[in-house]
Write a protein that binds this ligand. Sequence first.
Ligand code: UT7
Length: 332
Amino acid sequence: MPRAAVLSGLGAWVPPGTLTNEKLAAELDTSDEWIRTRTGIGRRHIISAGMCTSDLAVEAGRRALESAGAATVDYLLLATTTPDRLCPATGPEVATRLGLGTIPAFDLSAVCSGFLYGLQTGRALVLAGLAESVLVVGAESFSTLVDPEDRNTRPIFGDGAGAVVLRAGHSDEPGALRAVNVHSDGSLAELITVAGGGARARAAGDDRPAHIRMRGRSTFMAAVSHMEAVTRQTVDEVGWQLADVDRVVGHQANVRILHSLVKHLGLPESAAIVHLHAVGNTAAASIPLALHHGVTTGRLGVGHRVVTPAFGAGATWGAAALVWPDVKVLPG
Ligand code: UT7
């Protein structure tokens, strides 16, 4: 049986602080009703002073290792757009704090598709025989990137982390990543940007703050069409029919995107796992947090055929397909 990267552990963690729609409505020209009906979001978790992305990543990573029953791994990949610092990468600190010794650890930046880029990279290391196990973490503190006065972005984003352990196994096992596809198109870069804070801004003497800006409507349309296409590609590659898919655990940006996606795929609304009401859009953490939510609520069960499409800034997009394995998870 061919070698495969097999999902063998899952962990999630969100910081305790919450920001409700009501609180946002007291500070911005918005309302609970607008946010709920246009996005599906009810609240988001926000880091407290002194906390950062590494803290979230360590908590989720520890839970994933425990879930897998693994004391160590060969690599740690941290998907994040909100590293603790521009330099050095946050991955090595996370690995050290998890007691993983001097294993290779690095950051990966693909924004809302970051977790899928992490899965693909971890899978490639396993398939190449360079690793027997990999910890893939998606962790974000997007609350540090939003302009507190921007009603277009502040209600959308939240903080959190999710992680999985991949181990070497066989392609017919539950949990085997049966297919992973990732894509990018830099011509769509202007859809979602953080103009301030990068080398381009520094070189130009531009000292604007590092705030995220999003062309919401165009991003919405691109998200639905690219997530649909990559889901079809991934399901085809595995040899499934769309009707075989039990759960779509998609990037949690907007409930209308998730419902539109499953409708385009000809699947019932109930196939979509929806978690954004409680956490908002957590970028690279979004899919592992939604997987964790699915398992802990019983909506995602052993044997389910799962596809995980995402779309985000870059533009980047992708999807993975697997049969859900019997993984024990701790509360997030
Ligand atoms: O994570 C990466 C991928 N990201 C996404 O996939 C996000 C995709 N986009 C979206 O989810 C949606 O486009 C948003 C939630 C960001 C916006 O929803 P929309 O239905 O596309 O709204 P819109 O931007 O077209 O704005 C509609 C109206 C506008 O007013 P007018 O021009 O019609 O008078 C906005 O000014 O809603 C207004 N508006 C708001 N009103 C109250 C925009 N934001 C708000 C707000 N509260 N927070």
